[in-house]
Design a protein. Structure first.
Length: 164
């Protein structure tokens, strides 16, 4: 049996305009609690405990919520699924500002976010729709660029290509 961890976020045009619908967000800080997703996953990995095999992030428009604030329905805008064994170390050991960003929903919660285009440079990722380029990441399959030249055919050379 395989397990998942999931986050579903509502998207409202105007209010959520700064929210990129092609990112994973993992809570790393919460007032009064040390039990955030990131700390729980890292500890489970270090201690050999059970943790979700996959991490899923989804974005929906026109979300309806139950009395606890959980999203119960809406139009699926985008979703992605990553192997937790890859995603959590990528975030935990990553370099902030390189492929990991930082944002808070308010003063009491803080999240690291990873743009799916950046993540796909290094790991497999299943997406409902192709990620947007709204974030700071370059397109995964670049077209010809007069400054950089012809894009490489293999994925391992893309990082060097974009550093030109």
């Amino acid at each position: 049996m395989e397990t998942i961890a999931s986050r579903v976020q509502g998207y409202r045009k105007g209010k959520s305009s700064e929210l990129d619908i092609s990112t994973f967000s993992v809570r790393y800080s919460r007032d009064g609690s040390e039990n955030t997703e990131l700390q729980k996953r890292v500890r489970a990995m270090e201690e050999g405990w059970q943790y979700p095999d996959y991490t899923v992030q989804a974005y929906v428009a026109g979300a309806t919520r139950d009395d606890k604030g959980n999203i119960t329905s809406g139009e699926l805008l985008n979703a992605a699924c990553a192997d937790t064994d890859d995603l959590i170390p990528y975030i935990d050991e990553g370099e902030l500002g390189t492929h990991i960003g930082d944002r808070g929903s308010d003063e009491s919660e803080k999240f690291y976010y990873v743009h799916w285009l950046d993540y796909r440079l290094f790991y497999d990722l299943m997406c409902y729709r192709e990620p947007t380029v709204q974030g700071f990441a370059p397109p995964l399959k670049p077209t010809f660029d007069p400054v950089r030249g012809e894009p490489p055919q293999d994925q391992s050379s893309l990082v060097e290509y974009f550093e030109k």
